[in-house]
Design a protein around this ligand. Structure first.
Ligand SMILES: Cc1cc2nc3c(=O)[nH]c(=O)nc-3n(C[C@H](O)[C@H](O)[C@H](O)COP(=O)(O)OP(=O)(O)OC[C@H]3O[C@@H](n4cnc5c(N)ncnc54)[C@H](O)[C@@H]3O)c2cc1C
Length: 527
């Protein structure tokens, strides 16, 4: 992973000339290309943890797994939001952990939490490092120091139960590896977020992730049937049946807990039989309103494709749904539908689903565009983040934000966020798509591009604050799948209210009395 950007540096994307022209002519981007500083030039604070304490950590995991060298610390500084990348590109490593510690078992995690609680060392659980909400930004204030607890060594498939369709994993398994391990059993998770290449199973559970095929496979939190969690006060082992009436479901307390309550050390996941066939296609709708009405009809009446996403007029015009050919979009609103099935024919087959969905989409005013847009989307489905690096270097800020709401409230939410972004940024390019649908509502995912000002981080923070306020006022949730971290903490507090906040604080105080776990993330501090 590129330390100052996204992905494999070998796959870096040159900006196509149409995009450069768009930046220049529509957004007024004038800045020359600004390269990131070299990795060796990133400024890090000195290691605050004293040698005896580093020795105590090494006593738990072995000296080879306590890293204090420059590159390891740089690579564990922050996540991958645009402000994170802008700071890293500028050489600002002020949020670096003092050390990166890699445990090799649940017992080692538990022991590390014991030592760190006793010595007041902050612990930031670190999966794939792809958080975009400030979930990994260390703050050592009030602590002896900070460690990044990298779960990369906990990377095994532990068991597969083909009868129940349950697979048990350690948390540090990256998504492509999980799919590869399951494919050997003819199985799949079906979880394909845009961060698929790098994010881990533990991170998906900790941040309630949602993938591109969520309509067919569900969100990641729908897939978790059991969890083992190490906390400073002991181990939680949750989930002995698919559903239960035994009181509140404590698994839900761990899902979305973002490393603030404990460290997930294993997960039992519902898996599916791998599809025999996948087919993606495009449809055109005249307006976003017509397109969302068609999505609602599919979500409420069926048949629901596995992948269902609709770009608004601006995103369709720019062609963001097909990042490999960006800059050459079309008119109206592009809808991508993807069908997957284990049945070659008959009920539930790709053909049957496609025919059923086509009847609904046609009735709702859609015009079929055939397989080409679907193939183009499938081909470019993980490439947009590479484009972000090129845009940042060219003097444009590009960032995303997301929310969700009930169908009846979706137009209000859509308008409110766009207005807020325009108010805060002047004339940004604001694109939106719907990519996760439910019977009762859907998510809205915005991509914003704007010419960088002198301080692009402050510029984006202004916009983000305005968008957050608009989401809260318009009755949406502050996040559908990115999570809370530090960036959404205050808006989350507003969403759950003072009693909700006091429950979070009580759970935190019970599980993590020294407050060492990801301090500042998710849970507002007690007044
Ligand atoms: C380019 C890009 C595209 C993205 N696309 C999507 C998308 O399509 N859908 C989506 O849902 N998200 C997306 N994200 C956000 C991100 O990938 C998800 O939040 C993901 O779940 C994070 O997984 P991770 O392994 O990288 O976790 P990290 O970023 O390492 O950690 C995320 C949070 O979980 C905590 N954590 C990590 N592992 C554990 C553990 N084992 N136990 C306890 N706490 C833990 C961390 O402390 C942190 O607070 C995207 C991010 C980027 C940069």
């Amino acid at each position: 992973m590129l330390w100052s950007g996204w992905g494999d540096p070998a796959l870096a994307r040159e900006l196509p000339e149409q995009v450069r022209a768009l930046l220049r002519d529509f957004l007024g981007v004038r800045a020359p290309d600004v390269p990131a500083v070299g990795l060796e030039s990133v400024r890090l604070p000195p290691v605050a943890l004293p040698e005896p304490l580093l020795g105590a950590l090494a006593g738990v995991v072995g000296p080879a797994y306590v890293l204090t060298w420059h590159e390891a610390r740089v690579r564990h500084t922050r996540g991958k939001s645009t402000p994170d990348l802008l700071r890293m590109r500028a050489g600002d490593g002020s949020a670096a952990p003092d050390a990166v510690v890699l445990p090799g078992s649940h017992e080692e995690v538990a022991e590390l939490l014991r030592v760190c609680s006793a010595e007041r060392v902050a612990v930031i659980p670190f999966g794939g490092g792809t958080s975009v909400v400030g979930g990994l930004t260390a703050s050592g204030s009030g602590f002896m120091g900070v460690i990044a607890l990298d779960l990369g060594r906990l990377d095994r498939l532990l068991s597969v139960d083909p009868e129940s369709l349950v697979a048990s994993f350690e948390p540090g398994v990256r998504a492509p590896e999980a799919e590869r391990l399951l494919a050997a059993h003819g199985l799949t998770l079906g979880h394909f977020p845009q961060s698929f290449e790098y994010a881990t199973l533990g991170g998906f559970a900790a941040a309630r992730s949602s993938g591109q095929a969520s309509a067919g496979y569900g969100r990641f939190d729908d897939m978790v049937v059991g969890l083992t969690v190490a906390t400073p006060t002991g181990t939680l082992d949750l989930g002995r049946a698919p559903k239960s009436a035994a009181g509140p479901d404590l698994r839900q307390l761990v899902l979305g807990s973002e490393g603030a309550f404990g460290v997930i050390t294993s997960l039992r996941l519902r898996v599916r039989r791998a599809p025999e066939e996948r087919r993606y296609e495009g449809w055109r709708f005249g307006t976003f309103t017509e397109g969302t009405a068609a999505m609602r009809a599919l979500a409420q009446e069926g048949p629901l494709p596995a992948v269902l996403r609709l770009s608004d007029e601006t995103e369709t015009m720019i062609g963001l749904a097909k990042p490999d050919t960006i800059g050459s979009g079309g008119s109206g609103c592009l809808l991508i539908a993807g069908y997957e099935s284990t049945r070659a024919s008959g009920w539930g087959s790709v053909a049957a689903r496609q025919t059923g969905a086509a009847a609904v989409l046609s009735r709702m005013g859609g015009e079929p565009l055939g397989a080409e847009p679907g193939k183009a989307w499938e081909h470019g489905r993980f490439s947009a983040p590479y484009l972000r690096d090129s845009l940042l270097g060219a003097g444009a800020t590009v960032e995303t934000l997301e929310t969700a709401g009930f169908w009846a409230n979706l137009p209000r939410l859509y308008d409110a966020v766009r207005l807020a972004l325009a108010g805060a940024l002047g004339s940004p390019l604001v694109m939106c798509h719907v990519s996760h649908v439910y019977e009762t509502g859907a998510s809205l995912y915005f991509t914003v591009v704007v010419a960088q000002e002198g301080d692009p981080v402050a510029q984006w923070e202004r916009a983000k604050e305005a968008a957050n306020a608009a989401i809260v006022t318009a009755g949406g949730t502050i996040t559908h799948h990115h999570g809370v971290g530090r960036d959404h903490r205050d808006a989350y507090a507003a969403e759950v209210g003072p009693v909700g906040v006091s429950i979070l604080q009580a759970v935190k105080a019970r599980l993590d009395p020294a407050g060492i776990l990801n301090p500042g993330a998710l849970v507002p501090p007690t007044a």
